[in-house]
Design a protein around this ligand. Structure first.
Ligand SMILES: Cc1cc2nc3c(=O)[nH]c(=O)nc-3n(C[C@H](O)[C@H](O)[C@H](O)COP(=O)(O)OP(=O)(O)OC[C@H]3O[C@@H](n4cnc5c(N)ncnc54)[C@H](O)[C@@H]3O)c2cc1C
Ligand code: HEM
Length: 347
């Protein structure tokens, strides 16, 4: 709270970039900021993340000139709350660390400003509420958003949740001006509730630059294993459609849901499997005996269904499912370098 009060008091010009309400998201931002700066000694590992973060900050309207203001607010906050532990040496170290992080972020943002806009506005052209808590939204942009299949973009509903951004993952092959997002309602969650329950045709969604590294290996020709839970299906669907265009590789897609009701995209999956002989799709349901197909946890069922040690493996869904599945894949001989994953936890 102190951090933001100080920042907005000293630099009122940045206030409008931030969402109106103080949310837990906001508290986590300060935590993340401190964490990143404190880990500056691991800069080599941090660089790709910070470059993404810097490019991504363009969507807020953040310019290089704004970084000193946030640095000053961060250091003032640390000084305020560290008491006697805060020494001039510590302050100098934090200032150096902050300036390294800030210059990595702002450098990447400036380079990307020469190549692409800070955001894309997309019109909602269809809202298909598949269940009471899952909607498939079809969007149209003027120019294609340059995401790679499997990447995500931050989304802001301009009319319904201004300045609140959450990540969603296009479920269509890239390069087109029309594509799908799959949104699942998280109870009490502002953006997912707006997207699933309130979004209407004609709404404008603002999209940030693509982020994420769960993408197809361009040089790989080994078969592919995909394991998806819930709307974690979205990146898999984008990658399957990308494979259909760029080179067909034997692909097994396992889609997991808790109940029959949550099997929300069966028609499209069956259609893809019917059109592509190299693709096998299995739907697995964990908590519903009415389901006629395979029962169990999708990760367990997938792993028990074959020897995947020579596959590229992709895993996406809730954090607990992803963590458990990745561990089990490794235990079953899939090398770490061949496993890519994304967690649909908090944005
Ligand atoms: C890279 C990435 C890609 C994503 N892609 C998609 C996507 O394609 N489709 C999609 O539906 N979602 C996706 N998500 C999740 C999405 O970004 C939001 O986090 C989610 O929709 C909740 O937003 P909210 O504003 O409604 O709730 P928040 O304000 O973000 O959260 C409200 C409360 O719910 C909790 N919460 C948040 N997310 C979850 C969760 N997944 N499960 C249980 N509790 C949760 C929070 O801790 C908080 O207490 C993705 C997340 C990431 C990081
Ligand atoms: C070293 C510097 C910085 C770091 C490490 C950092 C880090 C982060 C992180 C991790 C998030 C959450 C993820 C996201 O929403 O994309 C975030 C959000 C945000 N950042 Fe930064 N940031 C930095 C500098 C800045 C600056 C200079 C500004 C502009 C004044 C800014 C404005 C925002 C805004 C508006 C949000 C959205 C959150 C909200 O609305 O509350 N950040 N930042």
């Amino acid at each position: 709270m102190f951090f933001y009060s100080y920042l907005f008091y000293r630099h009122p010009e940045v206030r409008d970039m931030f969402a109106p309400a103080m949310t837990r998201q906001r508290e986590r931002l300060l935590g993340a900021l401190g964490e990143v700066v404190a880990n500056v000694d691991k800069i080599d590992q941090l660089v790709p993340y910070l470059e993404d973060l810097g490019r991504d900050h363009r969507k807020f309207g953040t310019l290089s000139a704004h970084y000193p203001a946030v640095g000053e607010a961060l250091l003032t906050t640390l000084r305020q709350f560290s008491g006697a532990a805060w020494t001039p040496k510590l302050e100098a170290d934090w200032a150096t660390a902050y300036s390294i992080v800030a210059s990595t972020m702002s450098g990447a943002a400036e380079r990307s400003a020469e190549l692409e806009p800070p955001y894309w506005d997309a019109e909602v052209i269809d809202v298909d509420r598949r269940t009471f808590d899952i909607a498939v939204l079809r969007l149209r942009t003027e120019a294609p958003v340059p995401y790679r299949a499997g990447q995500s973009v931050a989304v802001q509903s301009m009319s319904r949740r201004p300045r609140e951004w959450r990540f969603y993952t296009p479920a269509s092959a890239p390069g087109e001006t029309e594509f799908e997002l799959h949104a699942r309602l998280i109870p009490g969650g502002p953006v997912s509730t707006a997207l699933v329950l309130a979004t209407a045709v004609g709404d404008i969604l603002r999209l940030g630059p693509p982020v994420g590294r769960m993408t197809l290996e361009p040089d790989s020709d080994v078969p592919v294993l995909m394991i998806a839970g819930g709307t974690g299906l979205a990146p898999m669907k984008a990658m399957v459609q990308e494979l259909a265009r760029t080179g067909e590789r034997r692909t097994h897609l396992f889609f997991g849901a808790r109940s029959t009701r949550e099997v929300y995209d069966e028609h499209a999956l069956n259609d893809l499997a019917a059109r592509h002989r190299w693709l096998t799709v299995e739907t697995v349901v964990s908590d519903d005996e009415r389901w006629q197909g395979r029962q169990g946890l999708v990760g367990d069922v997938a792993i028990a269904s074959g020897d995947w040690s020579s596959h590229d493996a992709y895993v996406c869904g809730a954090p607990a499912m992803v963590e458990a599945t990745v561990k089990r894949l490794q235990a079953h001989g899939v090398p770490e370098r061949r496993i890519r994953f994304d967690e649909f936890g908090e944005s």
